[in-house]
Design a protein around this ligand. Structure first.
Ligand SMILES: [Zn+2]
Ligand SMILES: [Zn+2]
Length: 427
């Protein structure tokens, strides 16, 4: 067996992992490099030729979740190769792409993307899929800042490999992580653990749970009548946090645009049947500049309004802000802080300028990724016999700094080598 880390050993995002036996081959994630600031992101794999080469002899591509740094090269995958993702993840990708077809100049490209996504097959948690001649792959649910995210157990050539994808323990559904590993993975053990390590270099002393964010949001909504929120439109946990907090305000509308409304409906249809938290059924309204009744209600009782940064929102903010009492008006910034930090490589000056337009702003956010304690707990719960490969991490970050003991530390693999009959290729 050969495990190839095409990308991700020394960078966050842009993940591509290959697992190959003599007779079969799969790829896990085909991620695009993350953008830097508001400029385009370079990516040497972002062309049909490079992906055709990666897909040579490939039986299927499995995506852990719908974030672009894991899925965005899907458009170059040849039609003969099956691509798999979770059912809600596929629905979210579809809604997003349909929305993007309305962006001027994007119609043709996005329609082609949509056709490609329509071909995606979907997997079910804990249901094994046989791929090629001799690979078995089973997805297990993980909590992440994307809905419907999974880790994969891959079985082939008598070896068992666990690929975690992006995950965390401090989201609403994160408490299931270790019990899932204990129940499904630990009894038979694993040979190789491929895990994300995003937080290795981020010195978060105490991680904030999504529940704590909800409490913070409620406090802020009590203090401010008019609350704008800047957060990811596809982060189901975070949207539930603000929706739930707004519900505590009883009669205030929760306002978002048609695109976000469709995403919320999709979340409600899939995840809402399992947990009332994700039903999104309390006073959700699509914002429309022409809806005078809604506008009067918003001015009367106050509101929570999801924002994005496009021109439509700039216009809304232009017309709404002058009508609001500045002392009662707040923007909650609920995304990665680096985007608005001038010293950070992800700094986005347009976003910073947008945030600066509001009379008050507060930062309410927690990471979508596993803390160092969680990473160590995963290693201890499913200690691999042969190797730990840390991916999705900053260059120079040190997985050996985790509290995992010397034996596990000695199994960290970050360069090409052969161990226990497995060839590890690290590019
Ligand atoms: Zn990622
Ligand atoms: Zn992600």
């Amino acid at each position: 067996m050969t495990i190839t880390i095409h990308r991700g050993i020394d960078q966050i995002g842009g993940c591509i992992t290959e697992i190959r036996t003599a007779r079969s081959k799969i790829l896990i994630d085909l991620g695009h490099n993350l953008p830097k600031g508001n400029g385009p992101s370079e990516d040497r794999f972002d062309n049909a030729g490079a992906i055709a080469q990666l897909c040579e002899g490939c039986d299927a591509v499995f995506y852990t979740h719908y974030h672009g740094d894991h899925v965005d090269l899907f458009r170059h995958v040849p039609e003969r190769v099956d691509q798999y993702i979770g059912p809600l993840a596929k629905a979210v990708m579809r809604i997003r792409l349909e929305h993007l077809t309305h962006v001027p100049g994007e119609k043709e490209r996005r329609e082609a993307d949509l056709t490609a996504v329509e071909r995606f097959k979907t997997y079910e948690p804990a249901r094994c899929i046989r791929v090629g001649k001799d690979i078995r792959i089973t997805p297990y649910f993980v909590s992440h800042s994307a809905a419907d995210a999974y880790m994969f157990l891959v079985e082939a050539d008598g070896k068992r490999i666990l690929h975690t994808g992006d995950f965390r323990q401090h989201g609403y559904l994160g408490k299931g992580l270790l019990p899932t590993l204990e129940k499904y993975i630990a009894p038979q053990g694993i040979d190789v653990l491929i895990t994300e390590g995003t937080m290795l270099d981020r010195n978060e002393k105490k991680i904030v749970h999504e529940n704590d964010l909800k409490r913070q949001a409620i406090e802020l909504m009590k203090r401010y009548k008019n609350v704008f929120v800047l957060c990811s439109s596809t982060d189901m946990d975070r949207l539930a946090t603000f929706h739930r907090a707004n519900r505590e305000m009883r009669n205030r509308p929760f306002v978002c645009d048609g695109y976000q409304q469709r995403i919320l409906e999709s979340f409600a249809g899939h995840a809402g049947v399992k947990s009332p938290l994700f039903k999104f059924d309390h006073k959700v309204y699509g914002s429309d500049e022409r809806n005078e009744k809604l506008r009067k209600w918003m001015l009367d009782t106050g509101f929570t309004m999801l924002l994005r940064t496009g021109p439509k929102y700039r216009r809304w903010v232009d017309t709404l802000l002058p009508e609001l009492n500045p002392d009662e008006t707040l923007l909650i910034y609920s995304m990665f802080r680096g985007y608005i930090l001038p010293t950070h490589e992800a700094y986005n000056p347009d976003l910073k300028a947008f945030v600066a337009r509001f009379p008050h702003s507060e930062y309410v956010h927690t990471s979508g990724h596993a803390t160092t304690d969680t990473l160590a707990a995963v290693c201890r719960t499913v200690p691999p016999h042969t190797a730990i490969i840390p991916i999705h991490r900053d260059k120079g970050s040190d997985f050996a700094s985790l509290d995992i003991g010397d034996e596990l530390r000695s199994k960290i693999v970050t360069a090409s080598q052969t161990i226990d009959g497995i060839d590890f290729l690290v590019k």
